[in-house]
Design a protein around this ligand. Structure first.
Ligand code: HEM
Length: 418
């Protein structure tokens, strides 16, 4: 799978009907995730370079933002649990915090944790993920169904939500435009993007890549990809901790030894916290956050391993199969972080056997934010709080909610301050 997906000629996305309808165009030339050729290359490179300017992928900036967010999350968690007899319901628990960490770089702003506009957008996003499918839709086999029975394929629903999320991006555009010196004194990725739109207005319309439409797509996609995936992984991390109390205890022992009690966690602690890192790798494997990568397509006619594929032939990468492969893992059905540690516990091993962030040129753009975020939120929470099953209640299910990225069904846990 790695060999095939890492080839240059498999780096296109396949234009599912559903995606084209949502995008409102037959061509895949908007945004990053479902976009091909020059617009994709330009948008991806531009976004990586300019987000970095505002701290994306830089340890110091990310650590500061994440610490602030994690502290607020902890105090809200304590308060919420106190009001509910020590029990907390975990549902979209981290989404808002994660968006704040990302938005500090994208827009240079922070939302309050009860901002109704943001909460609405996050809920829409979660619904969008749940209503989208890369394979399970009957219209994949019979596209005509999308036209004659649109309610079966969620067409109208998807269209409405995508439109609403775009309006959210449009508001961001309009707000930033009001600051007249966005081009001279850019304070965020958004400001730089707006300046680029202005610059390209000098070009003939057909040559422009940076347009307001493009802006709405890129901002909506960063919002969509950023929150659901990291939230899902962290919710799974908490779920697996209450189901495996001994693992939770060992992580806490490592936090106490390396970080101690007098200071906050830092990203520089990561290399000395191998057990915690192994746990997070196991959470990514066992939780299978993106079980099916977004579909690819051959960019030209290709002969591969004796088979002939015409240009445009779709590829549906089933990553789930790698996470449950007996030949790769031996006991894939067991949650066992030790599989990622050498026998003396001093080296991380087997991490290259999994690829939760994808492969090749389409490799996830957010990995440099996601991995530090997983580490910071997870360790900060476990440093201050203890989590356990609610006595007398059935164990929460591990199976995810139906969605393109895996998130556990809402579950309850007991929270105790340490
Ligand atoms: C635990 C968290 C995350 C996981 C597991 C994850 C996983 C993935 C996967 C599997 C892909 C498809 C790769 C492929 O086709 O080979 C992807 C693409 C992408 N992800 Fe993530 N992701 C995460 C977090 C993020 C975050 C925080 C962002 C926000 C910046 C992000 C932005 C993107 C983008 C823009 C793409 C499309 C890349 C392209 O097509 O060129 N992801 N991600």
């Amino acid at each position: 799978m790695n060999e095939l997906l890492s080839r240059d000629d498999t780096s296109d996305r396949f234009g599912l009907e559903m995606i084209k309808e949502r995008n409102g165009t037959e061509e895949l030339r908007y945004g990053i995730v479902i976009c091909n050729e020059l617009p994709w290359k330009t948008m991806r490179r531009f976004s990586i370079q300019n987000l970095r300017q505002f701290g994306f992928g830089k340890k110091k900036t990310m650590e500061g933002v994440m610490l602030e967010e994690a502290k607020e999350l902890i105090s809200r968690t304590k308060e919420n649990a106190r009001q509910n007899g020590g029990v907390l319901t975990v549902d979209m628990f981290f989404s808002l915090s994660i968006i704040n960490a990302l938005w500090a770089m994208v827009t240079g702003t922070r939302f309050s944790h009860d901002n109704p506009r943001l909460l609405h957008a996050l809920k829409l996003n979660s619904d969008l993920f749940k209503a989208t499918t890369f394979v399970g839709d009957i219209s994949m086999a019979f596209p005509i169904f999308r036209k004659i029975l649109p309610w079966i394929t969620n067409k109208a629903f998807l269209y409405r939500i995508t439109h609403e999320i775009k309006l959210f991006a449009k508001d961001i555009h309009d707000e930033h435009k009001q600051r007249k010196d966005y081009a001279q004194n850019p304070e965020s990725f958004v400001d730089i993007f707006l300046a680029k739109i202005d610059e390209e207005k000098k070009l003939p319309a057909e040559e422009r890549i940076f347009t307001e439409d493009q802006f709405h797509f890129v901002i909506s996609e960063l919002f969509q990809t950023g929150s659901e995936t990291v939230n899902g992984t962290l919710c799974y991390a908490l779920l697996f901790m209450i189901l495996n109390p001994l693992v939770q205890k060992k992580v806490r022992e490592e936090i106490d030894t390396v970080v101690g009690f007098d200071r906050d966690v830092s990203l520089t602690d990561r290399p000395r916290m191998l057990y915690t890192q192994a746990v997070l790798h196991e959470v990514l494997r066992f939780g299978v956050i993106v079980p099916l990568y977004p579909p690819r397509a051959f960019t030209k006619d290709v002969e591969y391993k004796g088979l002939f594929f015409k240009k445009g032939t779709p590829i549906f990468p089933n990553y789930y199969s790698c996470t449950v492969s007996k030949s790769l893992w031996g006991d894939p059905e067991v949650f066992r972080p030790e599989r990622f540690l050498s026998s003396d516990g001093k080296t991380l091993i087997n991490t290259q056997k999994q690829a939760p962030f994808g492969m090749g040129k389409r490799f996830c753009m957010g990995e440099t934010l996601a991995m530090p975020a997983l580490f910071m939120y997870f360790t900060m929470l476990l440093k201050d709080l203890e989590f356990s099953l609610v006595p007398g209640e059935p164990k929460p299910r591990i199976a995810p909610q139906p969605s393109i990225s895996a998130t556990p069904c809402p579950f309850k846990m007991v929270v105790n301050a340490r």
